[in-house]
Design a protein around this ligand. Sequence first.
Ligand code: ZN
Ligand code: ZN
Ligand code: ZN
Length: 253
Amino acid sequence: MRVTFLGTGTSTGVPQVGCSCAVCTSDDPRNVRLRTSVLLEENGKRLLLDCGPDFRQQMLRVPFGQIDGVLVSHEHYDHVGGIDDLRPFCTLGSIPLYMEDYVAERIRTRLPYCFLENKYPGVPNIELHSVPLHETFTVAGFQVTPLRVMHAALPIYGYRVNNMAYITDMKTIPDTELEYLQNLDLLVVNGLRHKEHYSHQTIEDACAFARKVQARRTYLIHMSHQAGLHAELEKQLPEHIFAAYDGLSVGCV
Ligand SMILES: [Zn+2]
Ligand SMILES: [Zn+2]
Ligand SMILES: [Zn+2]
């Protein structure tokens, strides 16, 4: 399976509007962090993890082709703001989106025109599927298991897909979830910055979590400009833990 990081930034994106810090003004493209999203590819099939407001821009960088499904972690704009931009991909067929119950309800409310009986021509052709926690299902050959993650007080989904796991916007995780994270080749997890935040874990928390999970490799996502320069951050991270950057593509066995 190929894992491509389409975006590795927090909700504001990096550079952050109005900021002139060293990260936001850096010439190194690895310091440009669009909103978090990951593309998985295997046997010619493609699964998208989250679909944020930078989705359109992110997809200009990868070859055009069918998207066989989208896994949505939660309803925050930085993870769903690009759903309407699925339109060009809907010309190849309707796209199933998977999420938990309450998130499906909120998306229906937010994008009512996508779910009318008589739709305006050209609106995104998407189907919302509520998927139960811990129940493994298959999408286009990918084996998917939703996990419980806490985004401060908001319960959201992380996903295990084959031997990788995608966990974003986590502050804490119940110990019961660890059994679903065994024998991972690749863990993708949020690490916002070094300083404490009420709804996201820090880079240090992410490293502690990575040590607990013991995936073969861990990549950090959902980073703010306060995570620092990519080159500096990479030097600070322990063995087997890496800072992802937009456009990075790695294999997963
Ligand atoms: Zn987020
Ligand atoms: Zn900045
Ligand atoms: Zn969020």
